[in-house]
Design a protein around this ligand. Structure first.
Ligand code: SAM
Length: 288
């Protein structure tokens, strides 16, 4: 159906879903080319600023990335309370590393990104997203398939963040039971695995599949929510898996840790942190 519509050339039409499109006007195009893994496009939109899409799907925008990156980092790190080593799978735009590295307690971050092209073009066209993270001496950048790294790596991490594309193309292997099993083996005592797990209203099956795997691997398996305007379809789910008690961290402790970390945030607060785990029935029903 949509293939018969001649969309104006100055719009990016996201076709992640079969019958639900998202269009974003392009005022300036900075880059549009393919690597061996995916098509990378970087353009400017009047509302969202600079945007990167991979295979036509919005990955990050200057205007709303703070929500996604704050919630996938500060929630597990402040809940845990003593994070020293973090692993990021994906995260090529550098936003996840940016937020993790704001924590002085974090001594070492390993970021495993499959596509060197994403790093190169985000450094050049979206420098504000990484905001110097790529030059932080605590960051080790690895160009590899995250699934292979997770299987072969022997280190342990306090927090593992899967900041991948959706389960199509190179990201597909990052949504498998095998990958999650390998990730659990890489978690230190009390460690937490968090994942980008799509928009439940449109990608409910993706969340159910991840939660089914998490329920088999972790004593505490659930998800939490935040709404990022350019991830169309409503709140996004973040998978949460741990065999520790971090989710029970009380508000006063979260507040003390937040204040001590000296974080300047535009979305995360300890109250938002706790509220994010309150799931509406239509999402809770997706968790087996
Ligand atoms: N915020 C975005 C979202 O929610 O969809 C994710 C952004 S980040 C740019 C996604 C990154 O995952 C991309 O840089 C992509 O190259 C990377 N990626 C995809 N599959 C991967 C894999 N198997 N191993 C490592 N990185 C992968």
């Amino acid at each position: 159906m949509t293939d018969r519509i001649d969309w104006p050339a100055d719009w990016n039409i996201e076709r992640l879903h079969d019958d639900h499109l998202q269009g974003l006007r392009i005022t300036t195009e900075f880059y549009d080319s393919a690597t061996e893994h995916q098509r990378i496009r970087v353009f400017e939109n009047p509302t969202f600023g600079r945007i990167m899409t991979l295979d036509g799907v919005v990955q990050v925008t200057e205007a709303d990335n703070f929500i996604y990156h704050e919630m996938l980092t500060h929630v597990p790190i402040l809940a845990h309370g003593n994070v020293r080593r973090v692993l990021i799978i994906g995260g090529g735009d550098g936003g996840m590393a940016r937020e993790v590295l704001k924590h002085d307690s974090v001594e070492q971050v390993t970021m495993v990104e499959i596509d060197d092209g994403v790093l190169t073009f985000c450094r050049e066209y979206l420098p504000g997203i990484s905001d110097g993270a790529f030059d932080d001496p605590r960051l080790d950048l690895v160009i590899a398939d995250g699934a292979v790294f997770m299987k072969e790596n022997a280190d342990l991490y306090d927090v593992i963040i899967v900041d991948s594309t959706d389960p199509v193309g190179p990201g597909e292997v990052l949504f498998t039971d095998t990958f999650y099993g390998h990730a659990r083996a890489r978690l230190a005592e009390g460690g937490i695995l968090v994942t980008q797990n799509g928009v439940p209203f449109l990608q409910g099956e993706e969340l159910t599949n991840t939660m089914r795997a998490f329920r088999a691997l972790f004593a505490d398996a659930t998800c939490y929510l935040a709404t990022i305007p350019t991830y169309a379809g409503g709140p996004m789910a973040f998978g949460w898996g741990t065999n520790g008690g971090a989710r029970q961290t009380d508000l006063a402790t979260l507040r003390a840790r937040f204040d001590s970390a000296g974080l300047a945030t535009d979305y995360y607060t300890p109250e938002v942190h706790q509220g994010a785990f309150a799931l509406p029935p239509y999402v809770a029903r997706l968790i087996p």
